[in-house]
Design a protein around this ligand. Structure first.
Ligand SMILES: [Zn+2]
Length: 124
């Protein structure tokens, strides 16, 4: 992981203190995450690295392979997605790398709710 972070110019983020120590010893940027709460972890990334989480995010990158997503039509993905999903949602994206298909389903709702909590608009 340290080699990948160095080679790809990434920041290694972990709750593993030993890994973070070894990463910093090799002059690779690293962040020890202090909280177990995901929203607090995001706040820490904002505070320490100036990461900006958009209020109205768009699907742009594949969380699996990081390639760009592009909008696609229902007819092009019909064979790859459950019919109930096709009927329930209007917009779909396909990954230009791994061809995984995305839509604003339950996970997306969770993402938006997490962003609301991050902005302090919602407490639970
Ligand atoms: Zn992908």
């Amino acid at each position: 992981m340290i080699g990948i972070a160095r080679d790809e110019g990434r920041i290694l983020i972990s709750r593993d203190r030993e890994l973070i120590s070894r990463t910093k010893a090799e002059n690779v940027p690293a962040l020890y995450v202090t909280s177990l709460d995901f929203t607090e972890q995001l706040r820490q990334m904002e505070g320490e690295f100036g990461v900006v989480f958009q209020d109205s995010p768009e699907l742009s990158r594949c969380p699996v392979c990081n390639a760009e997503l592009r909008l696609t039509c229902k007819k092009d993905i019909k064979a790859k997605v459950l019919e109930s999903v096709i009927e329930q949602y209007d917009r779909f994206w396909v990954c230009s790398g791994c061809e995984k298909i995305y839509w604003h389903g339950g996970h997306w709702k969770n993402v938006c709710e997490t962003l609301e909590r991050l902005r302090g608009a919602k407490n639970d």
